[in-house]
Design a binder for this molecule. Structure first.
Ligand SMILES: Cc1ncc(COP(=O)(O)O)c(C=O)c1O
Length: 404
């Protein structure tokens, strides 16, 4: 049995039996809940304000969590990390703060296969400020056509926003090609790492991006927390997004002076316990053997593909187009079944104890590129093993009979 399973009570107990919905939310790791419970029981106090010992300890724990997340992302300075409520909130923060300096006619480039969280905030910014949204297309398999960037970049391009890994197909974007092309032209790049973060630490320095976002609930952490990393030179000059307490140095009716980053971007009481949980998840993940885990995840992805490819009625939306072990990819697969709707598939498979997700996966432009309304998605995490593939195989055979 996969030894990680014991660290996840819902998996170990069988309540989350064949849990293949990790791209929506991973289970929470015991080292995470332990640290959150410890803070709630022994150290709870608001942060950034009190000077009594309990408050100082709470603040230290909160800032230590920031340092843990910074280390997970390869940031050179912990103050480049801003806690947000998730990846969506982090992207909206950038759209408002960075977007404040943009002018009518400026352009934002996004990938066609993005999650709505990395499309809609940019569309809204474009509406507010009269900007143009430029779309970097995918091919019919969902592969981002990076080679088209050269023609689509203009002297008005002000930001490029792309995902590190697709939440629909598991395709990993070659982000370094994008950042090196963008850097030559002085264009900042935002990477949406919501899916990638559950599969090991990242290194923003070697990626060469300017903004990177992630969410706690997709990396074995709590819900309601995420983080934005931003290059400090950029962050220093950005105006705040939300106003309120703890993001100022002085307030009077003549005007307000804002605190330096990261506090300038964290108005109000932050989700302290969740931030501490995210820090614990980051520490735990940093301590794991990722070469082994990645190999295991790729092998299981190949086994899932083998199961799906046995059946003529099933089409897999696989932009990698090669054996899963051969290329960097996330362990996420989307498929369609001739004559069966993804919601019915998920219901039947759910009845067999297999948790999958069916729908547009908040990626409707990608669904349009595929020419479908919805797909069924199976997504793996480090606690999945061959027993899950066996259960998936049986449930697929049953589902194909029930929905024939
Ligand atoms: C690729 C991607 N980006 C962004 C998000 C949104 O993340 P959050 O729920 O933390 O706002 C998701 C969530 O599914 C995602 O898969």
């Amino acid at each position: 049995m996969n030894s990680f399973r014991n660290l996840f009570p819902a998996i170990a107990s069988g309540r989350a039996r064949t849990y293949l919905d990790n791209a929506a939310m991973t289970q929470i790791a015991k080292p995470v809940t332990d640290r959150m419970a410890e803070f709630e029981a022994d150290g709870r106090s608001n942060v950034k304000r009190g000077i009594y010992p309990l408050a100082t300890r709470a603040n230290d724990a909160f800032e230590a969590a920031r340092a843990s997340v910074a280390a997970f992302m390869g940031a050179k300075d912990k103050d480049e990390v801003i806690f947000t409520s998730g990846a969506t909130a982090a992207i909206n923060l950038v759209a408002h703060a960075y977007g404040a300096g943009l002018k009518s006619g400026d352009e934002i480039m996004v990938g066609e296969g993005e999650h709505h969280a990395n499309i809609v905030p940019w569309q809204m910014l474009c509406e507010r400020k009269g900007l143009e949204l430029v779309v970097l297309p995918v091919d019919g398999d969902g592969h981002l056509q990076i080679e088209k960037m050269v023609d689509l970049i203009s002297d008005r391009t002000r930001l490029i926003a792309v995902t590190h890994g697709s939440n629909v197909t598991g395709a990993v974007t070659d982000v370094r090609i994008i950042t090196s092309m963008a850097r030559k032209r002085g264009i900042p790049v935002l990477i949406d790492g919501a899916q990638r973060a559950g599969h090991g630490p990242v290194d923003v320095a070697s990626i060469g991006c300017d903004f990177y976002v992630l969410s706690g609930h997709k990396m074995f952490g709590p819900t309601g927390i995420g983080a934005l990393w931003a290059r400090s030179e950029l962050l220093q000059d950005l105006p705040p997004f939300l106003g309120g307490g703890e993001m100022i140095t002085r307030v009077s009716f003549d005007g307000t002076e804002f605190a330096p980053p990261p506090h300038r971007f964290e108005a109000g009481t932050p989700p302290v316990t969740q931030a501490i949980g995210l820090g614990a998840a980051a520490d735990w993940l940093r301590g794991l053997e990722w070469a082994e885990i990645t190999t295991a995840e790729r092998e299981l992805t190949q086994s899932l593909l083998d199961v799906l490819n046995q059946h003529k009625r099933i089409a897999v939306w696989d932009p990698m187009g090669v054996a899963a072990g051969k290329v960097p990819r996330l362990p996420i697969l989307s498929f369609t079944v001739e004559g069966a709707h993804p919601h019915d598939i998920c219901e039947v498979m759910g009845g067999e104890g297999v948790a999958l997700r069916g729908g547009h996966h908040c990626a409707q432009p990608l669904m349009s590129a595929f020419g479908v309304d919805a797909t069924t998605r199976a997504s793996l995490a480090l606690y999945n093993d061959e027993t899950d593939i066996e259960a998936f195989d049986k449930a697929i055979t049953r589902m194909l009979k029930v929905l024939s």
